[in-house]
Design a protein around this ligand. Structure first.
Ligand code: CP
Ligand code: NVA
Length: 342
């Protein structure tokens, strides 16, 4: 059946079908090839169109991917930063959406509440793309499963382990992506976090697993979880918008869940390590130096500034996180191209 996503918003991936998600991944791979061949400069289907990208939380990859993809397609791009507008402070989301919908052909939004995305979809009248909320990161998922497909080929029945803060936006998003691909996903984190995986998301994914194959397993043992894994994926232990004070508690809860070579060596031989980035793997950032000096003696695993992944794993041949980061560009281009249409 032909796929037509024109006019659709990427608010939650769960509003898409398996065929639609696979279509976006395949289109992303095609657009990557076109970019490598220089073909994006021949045809700029979005000349005369404009998109707004609005961020209530900071970003490197998502912002740059939207800006470069927009330029490649010929669109004008307006960046609105966390401090740069009245959005949600002096002006309601509903009113802002009504205004932006008259200026722009599509709106990207990164924020806190999923209901803000819903309001933008409802009142703007143009495609809205979720660039990360506290609940989901759907544009990231297209790039992530695109990267897995590039590395592993057919994904059905392959095994992905998401380890660390499994209750966060990425834990839920990887679960959703795996259910579309028919993969076996293990969410590996403290037992106390297991009950915080959203029941409604599990329920929707169970329907997808029944149709597509694959399954969900919860684990609190990283070595057992890694057995037969094709992909090990982790994310920061404290997410954007959460207070720095949380690091002490989170390191205490998650120190058993750092991705190290012992975990990597317990997986399949050609394991693929992924991370949505930014990552804490050494002491080359202000934050990680601060963490190392404040908590290094209490929690020796962070004494070198690494948290969710050791520098040894990050610098190893298993790490494909930079291919994954590049794929944000190609996948965001695919999402814009298919939802705005040409
Ligand atoms: N992975 C990701 O969303 O990165 P940014 O926060 O830099 O956009
Ligand atoms: N869980 C992370 C993902 C960053 C891409 C956050 O929300 O900050």
């Amino acid at each position: 059946m032909a796929i037509n996503l024109k006019g659709r918003s990427l608010d939650s991936l769960l509003n898409f079908s398996t065929d639609e998600v696979k279509y976006l991944i395949d289109l992303s791979i095609d657009l990557k090839k076109s970019k490598y061949q220089g073909l994006q400069t021949l045809n700029r289907p979005f000349i005369g169109k404009n998109i707004a990208i609005m961020f209530q939380k900071d970003s490197t990859r998502t912002r740059c991917a939207f800006e470069v993809a927009g330029a490649d397609l010929g669109a004008g791009v307006t960046y609105i930063g966390p401090q740069g507008s009245n959005f949600g402070k002096k002006e309601s989301i509903e009113d802002t959406a009504k205004v932006l919908g008259r200026f722009y052909d599509g709106i990207e939004f990164r924020g806190f509440a999923q209901k803000d995305i819903d309001a933008l979809v409802k009142y703007s009248g143009v495609p809205v793309w979720n660039g990360l909320t506290d609940e989901e990161h759907p544009t990231q998922i297209i790039a992530d499963f695109m990267t897995m497909k590039e590395q592993l080929g057919e994904l059905k029945n392959k095994k992905v382990v998401f380890i660390g803060d499994i209750k966060n936006n990425m834990g839920h998003s990887i679960l959703i992506g795996a259910a579309f691909m028919g993969m076996h996903v293990t969410l590996c984190g403290p037992k106390t976090y297991h009950k915080d995986i959203r029941k409604d998301v599990i329920k929707s994914c169970e329907v997808l697993f029944a149709r597509n194959g694959g399954s969900l397993t919860l684990s609190d043992d990283k070595i057992k979880a890694a057995k037969d894994a094709d992909v090990i994926y982790t994310d920061v232990w404290v997410s954007l918008g959460e207070p720095f004070d949380l690091f002490d508690t989170r390191i205490g809860e998650l120190e058993q869940f750092q991705v190290d070579m012992k975990m990597i060596n317990s997986a399949k031989e050609n394991i693929v390590f992924l991370h949505c980035l930014p990552a804490f793997h050494d002491d080359h950032t202000e934050f990680s130096r601060d963490i190392a000096s404040k908590f290094g003696s209490k929690y020796p695993i962070v004494k070198n500034g690494a948290m969710e992944v050791t520098d040894e794993v990050f610098q190893s041949k298993y790490n494909k996180a930079f291919d994954q980061a590049e794929n944000r560009l190609h996948s965001i281009k695919a999402i814009m191209l298919s939802t705005i249409g040409y």
